[in-house]
Design a protein around this ligand. Structure first.
Ligand code: AMP
Ligand code: MG
Length: 337
């Protein structure tokens, strides 16, 4: 009898030990950092302190190479000297971005930077430029003139490049890959509102990602995702109001030099590849509702939620299956076909 009790206790202790080992294996590690002009939160379940440090280092490394404002970055050199050698990250980001500039017929244009700067979006000294000034500046906007060289890239005088519309998406891809290679099965990264997920939650359920309302402080709903990025471009992210009460935001239509006001107020793209989602969130915001829907129909390799100033929330059919609208949100849900 005694022997049985001892065996039972040992058995329970063994099981508890197993549970503890399991818990330790999935232990949550969270790193907060400020980089790329935004706050980032990296939550990894499992992994190691070394992994967390290397993730942080990698973010800083990418920023040092492609920051438009940091002296000595590849992009800073390109903009100030007309040419640069390119670190591997710079090369990958630039080439991928240029391809999407082409695919979106210039709705994304990495050379729109002089216009963005003129409006004050890089300095915070906002003002509405004159029509003449904008015309003068858009004459220099043309991603086709970014030329690859032996070691990097070259641009003509007067032109300047900014990879800010895609860099966070790329960074999420790189970090997610590092996390996966380390054998980790579950992680969620918030890179300034861009969400990247690795696997599902530890308990096997989908990650639940909130989509922010472009007006007010609430959310429009929650998406269930796994191994995907959820990336939003919104007019509400950075904007100013002029003396006449007009709102001007940071997403520019490269064709006019003015902030894109084609009816879209928020564009969320969901997909496997963060850099593509990031590029498309900006580009499809610029395109406006009809062209954006057309682009989705023609490609179909991503999902989207598009909110318009007429009060509609357009969603792709497969994503609608994974979307729970918030009870209080004011938009009319319309499924794209
Ligand atoms: P995102 O937040 O990803 O939509 O990127 C917006 C940022 O990209 C802005 O703050 C600008 O620096 C830059 N940008 C604005 N309009 C464009 C555009 N049409 N193409 C490429 N970059 C842009
Ligand atoms: Mg973007």
């Amino acid at each position: 009898m005694k022997k049985r009790v001892v065996a039972l206790i040992m058995c329970i202790m063994f099981l508890l030990g197993g549970c503890q080992a399991e818990a330790a294996k999935n232990e949550e590690r969270t790193t907060y950092l400020f980089a790329m002009d935004t706050t980032m939160t990296i939550r990894v379940f499992g992994g190691s302190d070394e992994l967390m440090q290397s993730l942080q280092k990698r973010v800083n490394g990418i920023e040092n190479e492609v920051s438009v404002t940091r002296e000595g970055s590849d992009i800073y050199r390109l903009n100030h000297e007309g040419s640069t050698n390119a670190a591997p990250d710079t090369e990958v980001i630039m080439n991928r971005a240029l391809k999407i500039c082409e695919d979106t017929e210039g709705a994304l244009d990495v050379s729109v930077y002089p216009v963005v700067r003129e409006w004050g979006f890089t300095t915070g000294e906002y003002h509405v430029p004159s029509q003449e000034k904008l015309e003068e500046l858009i004459a220099f906007v043309d991603y086709k003139k970014v030329e690859p060289t032996e070691e990097g890239f070259r641009i003509p005088d007067g032109m300047a490049v900014d990879l800010g519309s895609v860099t966070k998406g790329y960074t999420g891809d790189v970090l997610a890959e590092m996390i996966r290679s380390d054998g980790v099965k579950s992680a969620i990264l918030d890179l300034g509102g861009n969400i990247h997920t690795v696997g599902k939650k530890i308990n096997g359920s989908f990650w639940r990602v909130a989509v922010r309302s472009p007006e007010g402080t609430g959310l429009v709903g929650v998406l269930e995702v796994a191994d995907e990025a959820v990336i939003t471009s919104g007019g509400y992210e950075r904007f100013f109001e002029d003396e006449d009460g007009n709102i001007w935001w940071h997403i520019i239509d490269p064709a006019t030099g003015y902030p894109a006001k084609n009816g879209v107020i928020s564009m969320t793209i969901v997909g496997r590849e963060g850099i593509r989602c990031d590029a498309l969130s900006t580009a499809l915001f610029v395109m406006g509702p009809e062209r954006a829907a057309e682009y989705w129909r023609a490609h179909g390799d991503f999902e989207m939620i598009m909110i318009t100033d007429s009060g509609d929330l357009f969603i792709t059919p497969a994503l609608n299956e994974r979307f729970t609208p918030d009870a209080a949100m004011p938009y009319h849900v319309k499924v794209l076909g």
